[in-house]
Design a protein around this ligand. Structure first.
Ligand code: BV8
Length: 233
């Protein structure tokens, strides 16, 4: 399968950051069990109780800054650096562990914890502190900053770039995602429609497993490292 592969699109989800100690959403005790999605990850929830939402994201923004990339992030960063063809890591994750492992061709389709988005002037600014105190926007001074994260019902970022990369790809690899949320979960079907090889690397079977030519089960630190070594050998 390897010989005719030039361009790769990789989709990652919370499972790639699990071994770094970042909670996933749907495992027991995961993030969504502690909060109702509708209350903390929708615009309606934000307008209903902004403090609850700002605290939820302040806690996660602080938490990710105490975590480190794991071998799966490092393997993907190595592939990014050494793969001769096109490669795009489309991540659903809002942590920065792909970048901190050294990857550069990363696209955050659901936004980033370490950015704040000003509702008043639409500017996105790097942000590592909390938002609960309603700090002023660095660009316009308005106290109108929200997490730069795509909530349910909001359009994911840069979908046109993602579909364009898929159209040029020979291989689509999904890593550490439950395949529960669209349009991310639909990418494997786009891949199958245009005849791309598809591979899933995940701890357990996902909601999309039946759409993949192959699924390799195991922790990302093992299955991703093994797959990258295979691709670069
Ligand atoms: C949109 C950012 C359109 C926030 C997130 C009915 C049918 C189809 C679609 C819909 C529908 N009703 C509503 C929709 C649309 C909705 C949706 O899909 N809902 C679902 C619930 C049905 N989608 C949206 O609203 C999206 N927008 O559709 O816009 C539109 C059109 C026009 C105009 C306007 C809009 C926006 C969705 C984005 C929501 N934001 N995150 C935040 O992070 O706080 S979603 C969040 O959950 C993640 O970003 C991710 O996308 C999603 C799934 O999470 P995963 O990453 O997969 O994590 P999960 O815990 O679920 O799974 C972890 C996996 O890892 C597991 O499989 C586990 O086995 C594995 N794992 C665990 N440990 C390891 C491991 N694997 C390897 N190694 C390990 N160690």
């Amino acid at each position: 399968m390897k010989s005719e592969i030039h361009n790769i699109v990789i989709l990652t989800g919370a499972g790639v950051s699990a071994e770094s100690g970042i909670d996933t959403f749907r495992s027991e005790g995961g993030l969504w069990e502690q909060h109702r999605i509708e209350d903390v990850a929708t615009p309606e929830g934000f307008s209903r109780d902004p403090d609850l939402v700002l605290r939820f994201y302040d806690m996660r923004r602080a938490a990710i800054q105490t975590k480190r990339p794991n071998p799966a992030h490092q393997a993907l960063a190595r592939l990014d650096a050494e793969w001769p063809g096109e490669l795009l890591i489309v991540t659903q994750n809002v942590d920065d562990l792909h970048e901190r492992a050294g990857a550069s061709r990363v696209l955050h389709m659901h936004g980033e914890h370490l950015n704040a988005w000003c509702i008043a002037c639409d500017t996105r600014s790097p942000w590592t502190k909390s938002l609960i105190e309603r700090p002023p926007c660095p660009a316009c001074n308005a106290r109108a900053l929200r997490p730069d994260v795509v909530w349910f019902g909001e359009m994911p970022y840069r979908m046109d770039e993602i579909y364009a990369a898929m159209a040029r790809a020979d291989l689509f690899v999904s890593i550490g995602t439950s395949g529960a949320v669209y349009p991310a979960a639909g990418l494997v079907r786009n891949a199958r429609e245009i005849g791309i090889q598809t591979l899933e690397l995940n701890l357990e079977r996902s909601q999309g497993s039946q759409w993949f030519h192959a699924t390799r089960l195991g922790p990302a630190s093992e299955v991703v490292t093994g797959w990258v070594e295979e691709m670069l050998s």
